[in-house]
Write a protein that binds this ligand. Sequence first.
Ligand code: 2P0
Length: 324
Amino acid sequence: MKITVKAPANIAFIKYWGKRDEKLRIPANSSISMNLSNAFSITSVDFDEKLKGDIVKIDGVLSAGSEKDRVARHLSLVRKISGKSYYAEVVSKNNFPKASGIASSASGFAALTLAASLSAGLMLSEKDLSIIARLGSGSACRSIPDGFVEWRQGSRSEDSYAYGLYPADYWNICDVIAIIGQTSKKVSSTKGHTLSESSPFYKARILGMAPKIREIKLALKNKDFTKFGDILEAEAINMHTVMMTSSPALYYWVPKTLEIILKVIEWRSQGLEVYFTIDAGPNVHIICEEKNVINLKSNLLKLGGVKEILINRPAVGARVINLP
Ligand code: 2P0
C-alpha cells in the first residue's frame, strides 16, 4: 500500500549535540525546536511483495552506498515491528536543495517513519513514531509532533521522544534562513556528535542545560520574545564553541556566517529585534516576529552573498497527504 507523507525540517532553539548512546541516538540533553513551514520532505513508501530488494530514490536520483543502507536499515526496523518481510520502494523529494546546508535528515526520517509504518499496516502512536524516527536520525523525532516541540532526552529508548509543547498557531514567530552555503558538509552530524565530548567546554555545556531549558520554556509560555531570543542566540554560540574546540575542531561557519551574525547584532541595536541561530552548517537562521520579516528580508538582500532566503512560519508535524 503506497503512502505519501509530508514532514517538516525543524530549527532547534536548544540544540542536540552529543549522545549518551550512539546506536540508539539517546541525546546528552533535551532539546527544544519549531517545525518549519517552508523546508520539508515529501516521501512515499510502498511495501510490495513483488520487489526483490529495497529501492530508494531521493530528489530523482537512485540512492546507493551508505545513504541507501541507512534508509534500508530504517525500513528493516519497520519490517521487524510489523512482522512483514516485503521490500519497499521509497521516493523522497526535498523542497530545498540537498547541498544547501539545510539538514534533510530530520524531515526525511520523520516522513519515512510515518509513511513506512502506515504502508506496513501499523497504526502507531505519536510517541512511538517519534521514537522510531529518532532511531533513524535524532533530530527527526522532533518533526513528528506539531508546532513547538520538546525532545525529552530520557534514559532508555522507550522514554526518549518528542512531544508538542504548543501548536503551530501558538506564536507568530518566523525563521528566516539566509542560505549562503551550497556545498554538502565535510563532517556529517552523526560523526560530529561523537567529537563533542573531546571539547573542554562540553561538560560545562551539559551542566548548564537544565536551567537553560527551564528558562526558554518559561519565555515560550510567556511569549517573551526578548528573553526567548537572548537564550536561543547564546545557545547557538555555546554549541559552536564546543564544535570549534573539539578535537579535531569543527568549523561550520564561513566568513559570510560571521558577517551576518555581526549584522544581526547591529540591526538589533538599531531597533529591529532579530536573533540568530546556526546549525551544523554555514547558513544563518534569523528568528523574528512576523511583523519584522519584510524589513529583515530587505536588509538581507542588501548584503550580497546571500544565495536564497527561505521564510518559515511554525508548522505542523509529519502528515499523510494521500490515502490509497
Ligand atoms: C539540532 N543538529 O538540534 C542540532 C543542531 C545539528 C546542530 O540535530 O546522528 O542529523 O542523525 O542523530 O539529527 C544534527 O544531528 O544527527 C542536529 P543523527 P542529526 O538540530
